[in-house]
Write a protein of this length. Sequence first.
Length: 567
Amino acid sequence: MARPEKVRLGDLLVQQQLISQDQLKFALEEQKSTGRKLGRVLVDNGFVTEEKISEALAKQLNIPYINLKYYNINVEQVRKLPENQARRFRSIVLEDRNGVLLVGMADPTDLFAFDEISRIVKCDIDVAVVTESQLLESIDRCYRRTEEITGLARELSEELGDSYVDFGALSINAGSEEAPVVKLLQTMFDDATQIRASDIHIEPQEGKLVIRFRIDGALHLQTEADNKIAPSLVLRLKLMSGLDISEKRLPQDGRFHVRVREQGVDVRIATCPTQYGEAVVMRLLRQDGGMVGLDRLGMPPDMLTRFRQILRRSNGMILVTGPTGSGKTTTLYSALAEINTIDQKIITVEDPVEYRLPGINQVQVNEKIALTFATVLRSALRQDPDVILVGEMRDAETAQIGLRAAMTGHLVLSTLHTRDAASTLFRLVDMGTARFMVASSVQAVIAQRLLRQVCESCKEPYTPSPQEFEWLTTEGVSGEQRGGLMHGRGCSHCNATGYLGRMGVYEMLEMGREMVEAAAHDSTNHFMRAAADHMRGKTIIDHALLKMRQGLTTVAEVMRISNQVED
């Protein structure tokens, strides 16, 4: 194929009537002052989409435009171009066409990149246009660190040899094994961050060490290594998080901060003694990844409107409930970001502080020095706050202080671990708080779960299994409504799982006058009946079934959520 010609992007977009002359003039001035690429300036200002720019370039250069979202990438072909060059030239090898490589490029007019890629792959290349954001996502997904991690683990194993090493004695400057350990951990964090894993599990088993990542709520094997490297990995992690390296018989937990791929990551670590050594689980909390606008959480529109109105109140308690890992913290931070204005004093009491929010006073609980939720909460009330976020209602004392604060002119946001919205109020009563306090202080309870989304790249219609068919019948989903059921057949985008990403499903119990009267009633059943009437058609299961009918998730996922809620 001939080298592509150089084109002036701005003139091309005006010529194809995708932007106006005035928009181009504005973008060129911004490009001059910021040094950013013209295409990025146009996209960020909402003048044109990345897809439209790519299609315009393809049309002008008479080459194909490929939407990578629906392209099943062959990882072996991708790796013909080293990762550094792929990122530098914003390019990805897509397929081999009888000795000619098809290369997707975000900027096919970059003649230097074209020549360099031809030189590196040592063969002729054809060019297709791809959008930069899809290209970078594909590079993150395809250039995994699995081989590197396995190689480093082997290197560490060989360096340790067969001799027994007392790692406790190496506490000051973890000697000869340190360099491979550091490299191995850094590469592991790189890989986990690249594929947006939420947790890293390091598990010693008989004869091997298993390293697994949790991605979109499901565990995936990363690598298996020699079990003898486990003690040095655990030692290094304990040193990083300030844990007692000589204590191997008791569970410990701590935290540390690392910089991975130019972004800060807070790591929560928990160790646990097992039959074959200490197991470690690390929760990764990205400082840039937690903030999502309320309107992007996926709440039903009428619920979102009511929630926003409740957030504007000056007092009362809002509770978000669900199991661990159901997105409660994300919902709370989105709510805080919504009301974080200069005229509001907001204090958070957390363990740990998961995301940094500018303009907010965030306090880290530390049980070791008796800095408990209750202690910090009492202190926070003396700081004249308007809004208080309590990470979790863990005990009766914290719950009572929070409820009193809600009654005395503060808006209090917090979380609880309960099955659904209706049972949350009785959980507070069970913790020892007075029923009248709960009834008069709680403004709303949101219950939520996370559902895995069907991968858009390999989504296809399917017929439910007999068990799924039976379940749909019991849930009242008619034959007509089963027409749009989808699942993913598995592709390179979703690691052959059929799922990519997660979305929230919600229910909200708003404590209006009728519900407050029902909550103050002596009979629990009376309240539960009133709550069921209040939320009829608006429960978590109803919301999940809607997502299923829209083809966004599968019957299996909704059944999983249903089992959690109804257990």
